[in-house]
Ligand binder design. Sequence first.
Ligand code: GLN
Length: 254
Amino acid sequence: MCRHLAYLGAPVDLATLLCDAPHSLLRQSFAPSDMRGGGTVNADGFGAGWYEPDGGTPRRYRSAAPMWTDTSFADLAPTVRSGAVLAAVRSATPGMPVVETACAPFRFDRWLFSHNGFVRGWPDSVAALAGRLPVTDLLTLDAPTDSALLAALVADRMRTGLDAAASVAAVATEVSAAAPQSRLNLLLTDGRTITATTAYHALSVRRDDGGVLVASEPTDGKPGWQPVADRHLLTASTSAVDIRPLPVTAAEEP
Ligand code: GLN
């Protein structure tokens, strides 16, 4: 299953953040240590999104190629500095297309989103939930994948006025009810806060030096990494981390 990461803190270049650490996202693309529910490597593309200091729409670099083969990203990454980043490496769920636009981060307004896992029974299990979205949202999904639909569902909840944590929790809860035994680790940022869920996948958080890093797997052996228990909702900023139970439907570990 995919691996993802979000960072808020002092500006850092993408090579340092994503490629250089002992167990960086780059390393997790070919040697992840905590894959669950199938898949051994994350070879079906990757993406990085980052916020520029003066705000505005976050920038993205996405590719359907394995992260370790993308020499252009390796060339660019040291030159891009940001204090707010969301990135992911992808292991496509069987049957889902391997295309650039299926790679996180998905983007709406000022938000970047990623999903680690799969929706059980896709697409029938969530057809009714999808049917409540505006038709335009369905026609403009980034890709015909579960993750792209989850991004649209979160965006829709936020348009109705829910905040980020409430939107992410609502989508995880509704999708787990419609499609029990889905794996729904969601990750969302606007560059100032991070919201994440754990639902049958790993997640860890570390806050130090005025920064916060949330990642599927700890990226290094530094002290301070805290595993996030399964079926929890995390909200984080550079000044605080809050973790509370997530009311997803209890089901046997998929
Ligand atoms: N199901 C999603 C996809 O195929 C995410 C896959 C994953 O987490 N491995 O893109």
